[in-house]
Design a protein around this ligand. Structure first.
Ligand SMILES: [Zn+2]
Length: 324
């Protein structure tokens, strides 16, 4: 449905006033050291470092019904979900095939698989085409589900459902994948607890997130109200350890699927003893600010304001039907 011109700005302003204080998504402490007050939409999100565990997260953000409404209405208007062009859909298809091969290189096989955040379904289709017999996805977005059903032959394979309590598959999964989902979750640990209950000890959890070890590649444009957590290999390992997972392998791709892509392979089991000590948080804050350069013309606040203005004039985004 087309939104009236300029409705985006008052809607963002309303959202700004509804954002809630949030604890650290890794250790649940409420000891934020603020790095940056506003995100790329100029929303007050308080990007912070947890003084207890060193995780980087939004100390003010989406919670409960406000999050549900945001993902149903504002998120598609801001991100253009549903208007993917044929070249973008082609890239998604290639990334899916690449992921199947990258996962096989560690896990050996890709079968009995549940993909949480299945999106348009390209990964599930790639698993099927690679010989998987049991494959199942959870995706709350109706446009994405419909694409997978209508164009990729996935009818009945992708179910609606939220990521906090994803629906169980009709088979025992040996592998659960989450590509660029975990960083969006208000309580990522709750979803990890559900998955830990599904997987056998020789099963695999495969997670992809952006690697925020270095902000210079991503900058302010990645500071975004929908990104609750900003993981590094160490903070993701620590979160997984708290929820019964031990990391076995990591793969990194600076470009390709996503800038600074990090893929982690974990299994249910005791974590490594001696997790890294929390960093010097004041030094880490300084380092992030230097790397991010939030006022940089090319990708800082000036570009954010320009992009917001264009979106507002366009009346938000008005998704036409997807064409494959
Ligand atoms: Zn923490």
């Amino acid at each position: 449905m087309r939104q009236p011109a300029f409705s985006l700005l008052p809607d963002l302003y309303r959202l700004d006033r509804q954002l809630q204080p949030l604890p650290c998504p890794v250790c649940n402490a409420c000891k934020p050291l603020r790095v940056l007050r506003r995100d790329r939409y100029l929303l007050r999100v308080d990007l912070s470092i947890c003084e207890d565990c060193g995780a980087i997260y939004l100390a003010r953000g989406l919670a409960g019904d406000i999050a549900t409404r945001f993902y149903a209405d504002l998120y598609p208007r801001l991100m253009g979900v549903g208007i993917y062009s044929a070249p973008v859909l082609g890239q998604l298809r290639l990334a899916a095939g690449y992921r199947v091969n990258a996962i096989r290189s560690v896990a050996g096989v890709v079968d009995d698989i549940v993909d949480i955040g299945a999106g348009h379904g390209f990964f599930l289709a790639a698993c099927r085409d690679a010989g998987s017999r049991n494959y199942w996805g959870v995706e709350p977005g109706p446009l994405q589900r419909r694409y997978g059903e209508d164009n990729l032959g996935l009818r009945g394979r992708i179910v609606a459902g939220d990521f906090g309590s994803p629906a169980a598959a009709p088979f025992q999964p040996q592998m659960v994948t989450m590509f660029h989902v975990l960083e969006h979750l208000e309580q990522p640990g709750a979803t990890l607890d559900v998955i830990a209950g599904w997987l056998p000890r020789d099963g695999w959890l495969v997670i992809e997130v952006p690697d925020l070890e270095d902000w210079s590649q991503i900058g302010l444009q990645y500071a975004h109200v929908s990104h609750r957590s900003y993981f590094t290999g160490a903070t993701l390992t620590a979160l997984l350890a708290r929820h019964g997972f031990r990391v076995h392998a990591m793969q990194r791709e600076l470009y390709g699927i996503h800038p600074t892509n990090l893929r982690v392979f974990a299994r249910v089991g005791d974590a490594d003893p001696g997790l890294p000590r929390p960093p010097d948080v004041v030094r880490l804050r300084q380092q992030i600010r230097e790397q991010m350069q939030p006022w940089r013309l090319t990708d800082g606040y000036p570009k954010s304001a320009w992009r917001l203005g264009k979106l507002a004039i366009a009346g938000g985004l008005n998704p036409p039907p997807i064409t494959p």
